[in-house]
Design a protein around this ligand. Structure first.
Ligand code: PLP
Length: 463
């Protein structure tokens, strides 16, 4: 199996051994609070509700499939990160996990900063009123147009990702008569995915400038020489869906090592260090994510200790959680269309969406769970595979799960923990229309990203 590395998702520990599935849960009607958004529960009729609104009502009003986002949960997670890191650190929400104007406003109100990695994300952030100086711009191939727009807007920082970009940003900043705050993204030779990290041979990827071979030190040398740049720190992002802090430990050790070399060579102590994002969430009951305060404590201790040893002032820390904030806050609501029992194998349950609204299962063999949400059932568990409506046998939403054996067409089922990297990676494959994002809170539901229409499709197709 060959799969390409992608910062948006795990490749390793998401993979179940071939033929493996866990035993059916004791109670198919139970909703594990680890994987469901905070305000999700069942009402007296057994219908699942979120933010005080029941899913049958949501399906009726907004149709299916739909991403349903718990606004209270989003705000509380954002606030928990902000509070955990306190005023001596900055939390940048990674917009690529899911970005919309409503989300930008929530982040702004909760005091978080924002990472963008394209002109489109930058436009969304600015149009929803995120102050430019609280935005960071990432990416391994930002266009000169994007860089110019960001510098003109007064963006807080640009994270430099290549030698060419150092020169490009410096040149554009000088043309515009400003000194652009920048960080340099380094690859520390650690790639972390969930429970494991591998500390060798992972410089073979497109992001960042390797510490190895003195390349990062050379990048720093060049950046410090250019009038258009104000180098404020070093950036490292080691992977995604990480549960184990040891990868961050190695990364912090190596980044602080570079800060020390910079001090020794240039006599400057860079004031900031960014340790990226990548903190894991629970997709199934088997996952055990850490709380933001534990992560903040661990990261702060690691950096402080490393700096003490290196006799450096402790720099200001920033982190960039995406999935850990938005991932758990949403579920995808589907209607069951067809049910196909394959004797001795499993039952295929087809829903009205699929790989166009959740590509992660196909792309990373990501694991998800699923529940019947429009009613409860006392029927026996049946082993199912939840699949979509696309012309592709890899169009799988949930590979192995249990649903009640009396499941019928028209039932509503929901897949939790789809807030991150689902709508943001959604496609129009088979000219399927991308689902809306419906935000629910305080007994009210409203569309924050509307459903795509056939007119939307035809508008781009100019004939
Ligand atoms: C993707 C990414 C993040 C966010 O990763 P999550 O796994 O969503 O927390 C943060 N920083 C950078 C540079 C990224 O590329």
């Amino acid at each position: 199996m060959s799969r390409s590395a992608h910062p948006a998702g795990p490749r390793h520990a998401d993979v179940l051994p071939e033929g493996h599935y866990s035993a059916p849960p004791a109670d198919l009607n139970a909703l594990d609070s680890k994987v469901w958004a905070q305000t999700v529960s069942r009402n007296a009729d057994g219908v699942v509700t979120v933010g005080g609104v029941d899913v049958k009502q949501l399906a009726e009003e907004f149709g299916t499939p739909a991403y349903v986002m718990d606004e209270t949960d989003f705000r509380e997670r954002a606030r928990a990160w902000r509070t955990a890191f306190g005023t001596d650190a900055d939390v940048f929400y990674a917009g690529k996990a899911f970005l919309s104007r409503a989300v930008v406003r929530w982040l702004n109100e909760e005091g978080l900063n924002l990472d963008v990695c394209s002109g489109g994300e930058l436009a969304t952030a600015l149009s929803a009123g995120m102050p430019a100086d609280r935005i960071a711009f990432h990416g391994n191939n930002k266009s000169t147009t994007e860089i110019r727009r960001a510098v003109e807007a007064g963006i807080g920082r640009i994270v430099l990702d290549s030698f060419q970009e150092i020169v490009r940003v410096a040149h554009i900043a000088q043309e515009l008569g400003v000194r652009q705050r920048v960080q340099i993204r380094v690859t520390v030779g650690v790639e972390a995915h969930t429970h494991e990290f591998i500390a060798t041979a992972h410089e073979d990827q497109k992001f960042g400038i390797p510490l190895a071979g003195g390349q990062a030190a050379e990048a720093v040398r060049r950046a410090l020489q250019l009038d258009g740049l104000e180098l404020i720190g070093i950036h490292s992002h080691i992977g995604s869906q990480i549960f184990d802090m040891s990868g961050f430990e190695v990364a912090a050790h190596r980044v602080v090592g570079l800060l020390k070399d910079i001090r020794d060579e240039h006599g400057v102590e860079l004031p900031e260090i960014d340790l990226g994002g990548g903190l894991g969430i629970a997709y199934t009951s088997g996952d055990d994510p850490r709380e933001p305060y534990e992560i903040a404590k661990a990261l702060t201790e690691i950096v402080t200790r490393e700096c003490e040893t290196a006799e450096l002032r402790t720099p200001r820390i920033s982190v960039e959680p995406g999935r850990a904030i938005v991932g758990p806050t949403a579920f995808t609501l589907y209607e069951v269309g067809t049910i196909k029992p394959l004797d001795g194998l499993r039952t295929y349950v087809s829903v009205d969406g699929g790989m166009s609204d959740n590509i992660r299962t196909a792309l990373y063999e990501a694991e998800y769970s699923v529940a019947l949400v429009s009613r409860t059932s006392d029927a026996e568990p049946m082993l199912v595979r939840v699949v979509g409506k696309h012309c592709e046998s890899g169009d799988i939403v949930v590979k192995d799960a249990f649903l009640p054996a009396d499941l019928a067409p028209g039932d509503l089922i929901a897949v939790p923990a789809t807030g991150a990297y689902c709508r943001s990676m959604a496609s129009n494959y088979n000219h399927v229309l991308r689902p809306p994002v419906v935000a629910v809170g305080d007994g009210e539901a409203r569309v924050i990203v509307r459903r795509e229409t056939e007119e939307d499709l035809l508008r781009l197709d100019v004939g």
